[in-house]
Design a protein around this ligand. Structure first.
Ligand code: PSU
Ligand code: MN
Length: 334
């Protein structure tokens, strides 16, 4: 007898619910903490193609009110590719896998939403908090719900000046222990890209360039860093995913690195100039930790008169489209 990924995840949830409550405490059932929308639950049951989408890019990564339009548009792109979108966020302590219109509006507009990495999920769930999920939290929640494919803009990674700040995004650690395929335009160019690639190699995360042998540079078509594996079709991505499962071993991710088209990239000279200014401003203002990524992305949008935003959106749209195609190949089993 075989089971769909959703059925398997529900078995885990059911099994977890049977575990002994801690002495003297009651634990909310996991089903209450993780709630697939009706549409997503039904797609999981049928083994239909699904693409997970993160919400931090909506709440913290893009300026309002454009962010809501983008959130709606990204879901539409997934549908056009023949897959079901599952935007993920935590609202009042519940991790929603797939958001209806009202919930999407909350994520785009609610002031003071948390930015939730993986480590924040237990606290948010227990305390009934609301927040947008980063790549680390979204990867975990998607995989937990039985979703294998996830699209975003650019991953977090090793920050410049890492030796002093020790700031390495939790995204990398999560991708080294989660069986998910993430389609992205590389890592954000505000980061130390060679150091990030080194960390991904050390941690055993597979990277395949989609029609490129160079790691994309988020706003830029290329970061200039070579990568070892190049694929030409979504089928090849699905084949790598099947090989991951068949080979076994640690539950690592597959990064499908999909560059923004050259025609839509940010002008490289403008990029380098404004990024240098942004990094200097962050140093001067003492911005660190969780705040630094939104600060730098926001600075770039203003410093390039919105051109970085257009490049960012072009990258995300392309990633979402490709993720939809990979999800279709994956669920067809070819
Ligand atoms: N991609 C974008 N914009 C974003 C992000 C990704 O195009 O804002 C978010 C993702 O949620 C990613 C997070 O996980 O930035 C990384 O934040 P940090 O560097 O604090 O880990
Ligand atoms: Mn960080």
């Amino acid at each position: 007898m075989s089971f769909t990924p959703f059925q398997k995840s529900m078995m885990i949830i059911t099994a977890d619910r049977k575990t002994e409550p801690l002495m003297g405490t009651t634990r909310p059932a996991l089903t209450d903490m993780l709630r697939p929308s009706e549409e997503v639950a039904e797609a999981l049951d049928r083994g239909a193609p699904i693409v997970a989408l993160e919400s931090t890019i909506i709440s913290h990564g893009l300026p309002r009110p454009r962010n809501l339009e983008v959130a709606v548009e990204l879901e539409q792109i997934v549908r056009e590719a023949g897959a079901v979108p599952a935007t993920i966020a935590v609202l009042d302590g519940v991790a929603h896998i797939g958001l209806d219109k009202d919930r999407l509006e909350r994520v785009a507009g609610e002031p003071g939403l948390h930015k939730l990495g993986f480590r924040d999920l237990p606290a948010a769930a227990a305390l009934g908090a609301s927040g947008a999920t980063t790549v680390s939290a979204t990867s975990f929640l998607a995989a937990r719900a039985g979703i294998r494919i996830f699209a975003t803009g650019g991953l977090g990674g090793v920050h410049r000046g890492w030796a002093e700040s020790q700031d390495e995004s939790a995204d990398l650690d999560m991708l080294s222990r989660t069986r998910i395929t993430v389609v992205c335009a590389g890592v954000k160019s505000i980061l130390d890209v060679p150091a990030t690639l080194q960390r991904l190699e050390t941690r055993g995360v597979t990277i395949a360039g989609f029609r490129t042998g160079e790691f994309p540079g988020f706003y830029l078509h290329s970061s200039g860093e070579p990568i070892d594996w190049r694929i030409e079709t979504p089928d090849e991505a699905a084949a790598i995913m099947r090989a991951q499962d068949e080979l076994g071993g640690p539950q690592t991710a597959l990064i499908v690195a999909n560059p923004v088209p050259r025609a839509e990239q940010l002008d490289p000279a403008l990029h380098d100039r404004v990024l240098a200014e942004a990094l200097a401003a962050a140093r001067e203002e003492g911005v660190t930790g969780q705040a630094i990524t939104p600060f730098l992305l926001g600075y770039l949008v203003r410093g390039t008169d919105g051109a970085s935003l257009e490049a960012n959106l072009a990258a995300v749209r392309g990633n979402v489209r490709l993720a939809g195609r990979i999800a279709t190949c994956w669920s067809r089993g070819d």
